[in-house]
Design a protein around this ligand. Sequence first.
Ligand code: FRU
Length: 508
Amino acid sequence: MLRFPSILYYCVCALALCLLSACGSEPERHKVGVSQCLGDKWHEKMNTEMQREAAFVGTIDLHIRRAGGNSRQQCLDIDSFISEGVDLLIVSPNEMHGVTAAIERARQANIPVIIVDRKIDRDLGYVFIGMDNYKAGLMAGEYAAAELKGKGTVVEITGLSNSSPAINRHRGFAEALANHPDITCSAIIDGAWNGEVAARRLDSLMAQGLRPDLVFAHNDRMAGDAAEVAGKYGAKTFFIGVDALPGKGFGVDKVKNGRLKATIINPTGGDRIIRVADSLLSGLNVSKNTLLESTLIDQDNVQLVEDQQLQMAQEESKIVQLGERINAFDKRYSHQRIYLYVCILAFVLLGVMFIFFLRAYRAGLRNNARLVLQARRLEQQRNQLALLTKDTDNTDDAFSVHLREVVDEGLSDPDFGVEEMAAKMNMARSQLFRKIKAAYGYTPAEFLRAARLKRGAEMLSHSKMTVAEVAFAVGFSSPAYFSKCYRAYFGQNPRSVSKEENKAEGEE
Ligand code: FRU
């Protein structure tokens, strides 16, 4: 039977299990490593979008590292993601060649890789998401040719020369201008995506007298800083940039206030990247090459774009607020759920304890009643015995003394009965019956049996004889019948009185 502590133990275990499972079986989470070549505004915008989308997906934990424009650092970042056992890698490679080996190691470790924004020199079975940089260069070239009406001089300020956007933007720009023989390219400057570098290098060319009609810089940072330099020289140069980030002082704002003639949207696409990552992690097929749409912004559409960007920024901040509120609700809800289960646990424990104590109380009552009954029975037996002892042993008239002598003498003989008793008393049976009945209220047979049993009781408690031996010694021909009469007379089993049998039981 289960005892209370074990019942309690099982209850607690069962409820704890319920509690744990009720706390929600979390879906499998995925660790995703993001290796960014840079931590500039453009890449940080991508990071913010990825984090927001990952929060929506709910099963992706993003770990972001920034290599600071250093390919060797980016290789180290990728290698540590591999050794941490990420489930997927997102890489914006600093250069075409510099990080290929590390990406290859990730592929060898069977880590799915999504290359974003910039490409590498080899197809290692990765998925690419980013803008078509060749198309962006082409767009800039055609726009420049139109602005220059097919005639003039241009300078191109490229991004880091080994990076794929710089290579492809240049390719597109050069191809567009190839159709316009009267447009000449005066210089190509490597600005390394850096505004200060671009400004310094343009400055030294302009100091030598260079006055280009148009400058195409591969990003707005370089275009903006270079435009400052041209302003310093009083040159009427048009600037075209790339990126079109929202916010004061960034690309769209620069077009709006006339510092840049145009810029080309380079979508960061963080949300898209995470959706593709989620599909890959769920084992779904995804397109190997996702090209993000791009548009040129100039005075004609800048207001529209700015309004849209503003509206998007407001909606994004509302989404962020909503997310924070949902998180707060979620936390409160999970706390309340835990309180609820703790309360249920406490109630069940109280219930179990109540049932246990109730049962213990009832058992106590039953035991008490049994003890009272036993005590009453013992009392009755004691009274009966006392009465009997008085009746049969303590009467000392001549008849009683003679009767006791006759009975004491004959009781060990099983053949000694009422007949023999009457003969020894020199009385007729009927006379003996009347006398004994009058003196003790018993029949002669009852008197004889009582004497045998009392002698037996004495023997059992004072000798080493067994019940059977005593039964025979006091004239019973069957020990079982002796025991039965003994129980009826004394209210207890002769075995419990026998010294010998108690000893034997103790030794067992
Ligand atoms: C940021 C950036 C952007 C550019 C992109 C290309 O580092 O230079 O301005 O459009 O990278 O990868």
